[in-house]
Ligand binder design. Structure first.
Ligand SMILES: *Cc1c(COP(=O)(O)O)cnc(C)c1O
Length: 359
């Protein structure tokens, strides 16, 4: 076995792209000048880490990713502070979760600390791409694809890891806006024992049909229920979900089919530090409906990297509408949003040590 080369090679682009102006960038459509790439080969391990100019890659049409979807991804952001620093939010958690997802998909693990170093170098090089308009950020998309040209069903012997950077506008340019969510009682996103806890491609395309139906009926997204009984609440498209009922905050427990959100984890830690009662447990949709009928549902909000907090103004379940807090943002939702975004943009003291500064 050869000694793998783990020295980072940097090839700078000689043709720098113009940067978008202001807050007018549709999510995920503009990319920076460079990407990070690294390759894996059985017997050799992960090797040849590189930062190279952004551009198309070449793959064999028989590459296993195209046929069996053996792939995982992550999503995090870099934020520009008012005093000119660039901060990452809990990036070590993203690489930890990437390895959890990879484990489920039989993809070899990466060295989490080493990856954080490579990511920091990439963001450092692309620092001028971190937008400065309030609410904007640089979205970071690490992902791994299986690349072996082979139609036999089974784990690939070769992989490619890449990191893309994409400047993104504010999720809520006009301030927090409560959304309308359809409670999905036909389609299933994930079941216990499946891949729901992994950030892997197929989970998302499997939700498109339900999301399209929900959108046609005027909803922003769907709230998934458990795949067996369609009874217990799981999560929204790419957000975890929280309910404030009669002064207590509850969120579905991680049961194997729910994505372990880093925003979710941060919200729980924050609420505990504020002495707000919070619990992770099984929550049935009937329980929510009953609490709604009893006038006890005070706030509902989704959590995820994209929006941080997305207040839910209305839930639609089997033709029954639950109007939450008169379609207005709840006090606690707003406070959580202000605190987490405050830490991310350096306006609020980072007492949890959540941020990592890029030099
Ligand atoms: C990424 C994701 C989330 C949110 O996770 P964060 O780490 O908070 O961004 C929730 N649910 C699904 C299905 C996701 O893909």
């Amino acid at each position: 076995m050869e000694t793998p080369t783990n020295e980072l090679e940097v090839v700078k682009s000689s043709d720098l792209k113009p940067k978008p102006v202001g807050d007018q960038v549709p999510f995920g459509t503009v990319f920076t000048d460079h990407i990070f790439t690294m390759d894996y080969e059985t017997g050799k391990g992960w090797h040849s880490p590189k930062i190279v100019p952004y551009g198309p890659i070449s793959l064999d049409p028989a590459a296993m990713i195209f046929h069996y979807g053996q792939t995982v991804f992550e999503g995090l952001k870099a934020y520009h502070t008012e005093d000119g620093r660039v901060l990452l939010f809990r990036p070590e958690e993203n690489f930890k979760r990437l390895n959890l997802s990879s484990d489920r998909l039989s993809i070899p693990p990466i060295d989490e600390e080493q990856m954080l170093e490579y990511l920091t170098k990439l963001v450092e090089l692309e620092k001028d791409w971190v937008p400065q308009t309030p609410g904007t950020s640089l979205y970071i998309r690490p992902f791994i694809i299986s690349t072996e040209p082979n139609l036999a069903v089974g784990p690939s012997q070769t992989y490619k890891l890449m990191i893309l950077l994409s400047p993104v506008g504010s999720y809520f340019p006009g301030g927090l806006q409560p959304v309308i969510i359809h409670v999905e009682d036909q389609f299933t996103r994930a079941v216990k024992g499946g891949t729901g806890m992994a950030k892997t491609a197929g989970n998302y395309s499997a939700g498109y049909q339900a999301q399209a139906n929900a959108k046609k009926a005027g909803n922003a997204d769907v709230l998934w229920l458990d795949g067996v009984e369609k009874k217990y609440i799981e999560e929204v498209g790419s957000m975890n979900i929280f309910f404030k009922i009669n002064g207590e905050v509850v969120t579905p427990a991680l049961n194997g089919s729910i994505l372990k959100g880093i925003t979710r984890m941060s919200v729980i830690e924050l609420l505990k530090s504020w002495d707000v009662p919070v619990s992770e447990r099984k929550i049935s949709i009937d329980e929510i409906y009953q609490a709604y009928e009893d006038g006890l549902v005070e706030e509902i909000f989704g959590t995820g990297t994209a929006a941080v907090i997305s207040p839910v103004g209305e839930l639609n379940w089997k033709g029954q509408k639950m109007i939450v807090n008169n379609h207005e943002i709840g006090e606690l939702s707003q406070k959580i949003y202000d605190t987490i975004t405050g830490v991310q943009y350096g306006r609020v003291e980072d007492s949890f040590g959540w941020t990592v500064e890029v030099n």
